[in-house]
Design a protein around this ligand. Structure first.
Ligand code: WTA
Length: 651
């Protein structure tokens, strides 16, 4: 990428929010100077930095011989060290005197609640770990988990970690085919599931989906079934076992396996460009240390925090920031089973009020969905306990940021916009909320030990404010160790685009103050008449118009310009679609970014097609805008009717 083709960035965001004084006063990192000093140390001498953290914050059965062994792209952290992450989440917290403190505050979608202290959680984990052992599950055996968001999901993952059996969690929204593919790829012989789970008042037939998958997986030996919804299920003698029968006679003591720091902790499948899911591998020691420290400093955890991350544990966000990171910090973790709009759009805010949530972490797509419903709904709830908000999963456009800040955070809570990936294991770029001045739309600066840069395609660093590729130049403790069964693909995809640096596939710009502004996936950068434009910026410009709730912008082939933009726009409930409004939106984009970024098509729609993790499926929109129909793979789509409706919307 030469200078002339660098990614055009015209977004100007001038609003800024210094840390509130009262927040900074008690924050774990409370000044930019302190951050800069520590960040420099962590980059200059990462081994000393991480050795110190690992020593102070964690229990090791045996200390490591060497902090890092780096043979690009193969990393080993805390080489020779022996530990157990379940021990660090549970036993260590109890040793620190937090045994009676609430670990999980659960709320089911129908309204049932349960609370488990650290002591109780440990007992449940041990019982289930003993049961798994009795089923023949051994260290190194990959266990597939396909469950609703209930405490037993946390119990299952910690039980696997306790006995050194890596887990492979499949999000409960995935189909039987997706389960079968993943069970095959992982050569998994044990599946843990439930009869069903609650979602928008209906039962998701989890056990049925597993039954269908198992028909194609002859190697599966055990299916453990938790009773959750009491829905009718088919029982396969010889294969199926009730969770409750298995644990009833088990002891609540199970010694934690002394795992090697580089033992596989889990695989998590994520979609790739080829359509074949990639099993991203994470190992024990480095992941443990990194998720604990990022949680502690970015969420600024205090012993009495009530923390709620509204993601599903089936995604990396749930692995790292519902289970492993927060529990290693001894806080209380809220867990909610169901949909944000059941029975109405106030459900999340009622949970914040009832559970007295202090730190809340969600996705921009959720914020925009709430925005669309208006401000009256959150205004009905007392959310004065909140002190910090977080965002993850996509760039948060400044308008959504402002709404979140004002209507959820009462204009008093800092927002940590956290950039990271399944592959990175933990948060890579995010504010330290007591130290940084926030700019809506920027994930701010790299965390300790993270050497992030914006480069051209040869690896040369871009000047301030020129868009380019986001890369990471040094290994970090929670980095992926590979793709399960396909190390060639790992090298090629992540470490070969630019030699010896980690390629994120995200476009980004760094401003003159050193803040990072994410601009979407590189695939979403469109070249119009030689100008490369990040679609995320055009979307952000559209959403900053008062009538727009959500927008997705894609590139389509254009005879003259090479490519042109097509915009799909969902309006706020009180706005009406019209040709005048289309024209107004085009002018608005021209004003915000420039005439070059004006979409050739604007289509109004009720909803945008999304994956179950809330990411807009731009691939489908692109197909629709270029060919007028959708033929491609829609297996990860959340709501099929959306595509049908979109085809009807006029160009
Ligand atoms: C995007 C989710 C901008 C990005 C943890 C990344 C973001 C991909 C942000 C990874 C953010 C995530 N700002 N973009 N704060 N967070 N992304 O693997 O494109 O589901 O590469 O991990 O989401 O998605 P994944």
């Amino acid at each position: 990428m030469s200078d002339s083709e660098s990614i055009l960035s015209s977004m100007t965001e001038t609003r800024s929010f210094p840390p509130p004084e009262s927040f900074a006063k008690t924050a774990r990192i409370s000044s930019l100077d302190e951050y800069q000093r520590l960040h420099k140390q962590s980059i200059d001498d990462p081994e000393a930095f991480w050795a110190d953290v690992a020593e102070k914050n964690h229990h090791w059965f045996k200390k490591w011989d060497k902090v890092l062994d780096w043979q690009c792209p193969l990393a080993k952290w805390f080489v020779g060290g022996k530990t157990n992450i379940s021990y660090n989440c549970l036993d260590r917290q109890i040793e620190l005197g937090r045994g009676d403190h609430a670990a999980i505050l659960f709320e089911g979608e129908p309204g049932d609640t349960r609370e488990l202290s650290y002591n109780q959680l440990l007992a449940e984990v041990c019982r289930f770990a003993n049961a798994l052992k009795k089923l023949g599950v051994k260290k190194g055996d990959i266990v597939t988990i396909y469950m609703p968001m209930v405490p037993e999901l946390t119990v299952a993952m910690l039980a696997c970690a306790r006995i050194g059996a890596p887990h492979s969690i499949i999000f409960g929204g995935f189909s039987a085919t997706a389960i079968a593919d993943r069970v095959h790829d992982a050569e998994s012989r044990t599946i843990i599931t439930a009869d069903g789970g609650w979602r928008r008042g209906s039962i998701v037939p989890l056990k049925y989906n597993v039954d269908e998958a198992v028909k194609k997986c002859p190697n599966v030996e055990n299916v453990v079934v938790l009773k959750r919804c009491d829905n009718e299920i088919t029982w396969n003698d010889g294969l199926d076992r009730w969770w409750s029968d298995l644990v009833s006679s088990e002891s609540d003591v199970c010694e934690a396996e002394q795992c090697d720091s580089e033992d596989l902790l889990f695989i998590l499948y994520t979609s790739g460009t080829t359509g074949k899911p990639k099993g991203i591998m994470h190992t024990t020691g480095g992941y443990m240390v990194y998720t604990a420290l990022t949680s502690k400093l970015i969420f600024d955890f205090k012993p009495d925090d009530v923390y709620w991350c509204s993601a599903d544990i089936g995604w990396i966000t749930g692995h790292s920031y519902i289970t492993y990171g927060p529990l290693q910090n001894g806080v209380s973790v809220v867990m909610y089973e169901g949909a944000p709009n059941h029975p109405d759009w106030g459900r999340f805010w009622k949970i914040v009020q009832d559970r007295k949530v202090t730190v809340f972490y969600t996705a921009p797509t959720a914020v925009r969905a709430f925005m669309r419903q208006g401000t009256e709904i959150p205004a009905r709830y007392d959310m004065s306990t909140l002190r910090l908000l977080g965002s993850v999963g996509e760039p948060i456009n400044p308008e959504a940021w402002m709404w979140y800040h004002e209507h959820i955070g009462g204009s008093r809570c800092p927002i940590v916009d956290t950039w990271w990936q399944t592959e990175t294991g933990g948060i890579m770029i995010a504010p330290l909320p007591g130290a940084f001045t926030l700019k809506p739309g920027s994930a701010t600066r790299p965390f300790f030990g993270i050497d992030a840069a914006v480069t051209d395609s040869t690896g040369k660093e871009q000047p301030a404010n020129s868009g380019g590729l986001l890369v990471i130049r040094k290994p970090w403790p929670s980095m992926l160790r590979g793709i399960y069964g396909d190390m060639d693909r790992y090298r090629e995809q992540y470490w070969s685009q630019i030699e010896n640096v980690y390629f994120t596939s995200d476009a980004c710009r760094r401003d003159e103050d050193g803040n990072f502004w994410l601009m979407g996936r590189v695939d979403d950068v469109i070249n119009i008449s030689g100008h490369r434009i990040g679609t995320a910026e055009v979307e952000s410009a559209l959403v900053s118009h008062k009538s727009v709730a959500e927008a997705a912008v894609v590139g389509i082939p254009h005879e003259i310009k090479g490519q042109a933009l097509a915009a799909f726009v969902a309006l706020k409930l009180d706005a009406t679609a019209s040709d005048d409004l289309k024209k107004e939106l085009l002018d608005h984009v021209a004003k915000q970014i420039g005439a070059i970024a004006k979409p050739d098509q604007i289509r109004f729609t009720d909803a945008l097609p999304k994956t179950r993790s809330g990411k807009i499926m731009r691939r489908l929109l692109k197909e629709l805008a270029s060919t007028g129909e959708v033929k491609g793979d829609t297996t990860t789509l959340e709501d099929f009717s959306v595509v049908a409706k979109l085809s009807e919307s006029d160009g």
